[in-house]
Write a protein that binds this ligand. Structure first.
Ligand code: RET
Length: 274
């Protein structure tokens, strides 16, 4: 490892500045980032307010996990809007954008999903009253999905390797979907949370399938959609998968604290307020 010279440091800073200029000149892209920053800010305030009377420790844990979603999101989108987590990538031959020069890649998105999606799954698993094994499985598979998705987006040695990473990421995704569809519904029935769990599970499974589809159609994949359109696609999915999800969950928890509190599951119990 060499110590970078001053000139190299300046060069890197210029790249970030270039990214910022490019982002700001792309109205579609820039507005998709700022819509989410604003929404995350409002959501944080609203969710803190909605959880103000929650006292049971398991209900609080669900609330904290849910609150993490907009907290990660606001950081993620500031990273994108500032250019910090956006880079330029030359696409390999065989990719639809090969030979088109440097393509803007908002890779920070894939990175921060590594933190926001486990929070969503933690909230859902706790709601279902699941055990440690299933929660661990869902969350580790989910993290692996995000990291291999990031790898797929950043690989530019060959188009085949991009799709190979994509395929591996999809396999991890299916493991998550399996837990959501075939493990947690039974747990939720036993916990008496099956109605709200069912709603949130359906919302999650349907919306989460939108992400790999968008990746395949978007600028990283077949490039049928522009960079800006792809970004709005993700922002739209994020709005539903995060904020609608979190709002429904928190409203239910605030109104049904006793159901969550009486849940005998091993995770998140312990000293409740009484
Ligand atoms: C990628 C591409 C590779 C294949 C798969 C993907 C799935 C991504 C998902 C993301 C969900 C994100 C959410 C974010 C909210 O903060 C990485 C797009 C399967 C399911 C819900």
């Amino acid at each position: 490892a060499e110590i970078p010279t001053a000139a190299q440091t300046v060069l890197e800073l210029q790249t970030q500045g270039d990214a910022l200029t490019e982002i700001q000149n792309n109205d579609l892209l820039y507005s998709s980032f700022w819509a989410n920053i604003a929404l995350a800010g409002v959501a944080i305030l609203l969710f803190v307010y909605m959880g103000r009377d929650v006292e049971d420790s398991r209900a609080k844990l669900i609330w904290v996990a849910t609150l993490l979603v907009p907290l990660v999101s606001i950081s993620s989108y500031i990273g994108l809007a500032s250019g910090l987590t956006v880079g330029f990538l030359e696409m390999p031959s065989g990719h639809a954008l090969a030979g088109e020069g440097q393509i803007l890649s908002p890779w920070g998105r894939y990175l921060t999903w590594t933190f926001s999606t486990p929070a969503i799954l933690a909230a859902l698993g706790l709601l279902a009253g699941t055990d440690f094994t299933k929660l661990f499985t869902a969350i580790t598979m989910d993290i692996a999905m995000c990291i291999t998705g990031l790898a797929a987006a950043l690989t530019n040695s060959s188009v085949l390797y991009r799709w190979l990473f994509y395929g591996v990421s999809c396999a991890f995704f299916l493991a998550v979907v399996y837990v959501l569809l075939f493990e947690w519904p039974d747990d939720a029935r036993a916990a008496g949370t099956d109605e709200i769990f069912g709603t949130l599970k359906n919302l999650t499974v349907v919306l989460w399938f939108g992400y790999p589809v968008l990746w395949a159609l978007g600028s990283e994949g077949l490039a049928i959609l522009s960079v800006g359109a792809t970004s709005w696609g993700y922002s739209g999915l994020d709005i539903l998968a995060k904020y609608v999800f979190a709002f429904l969950l928190l409203r239910w928890v605030a109104n049904n604290e006793s159901v969550v509190a009486s849940n005998q599951a091993v995770i998140g119990g312990g000293s409740s307020a009484d």
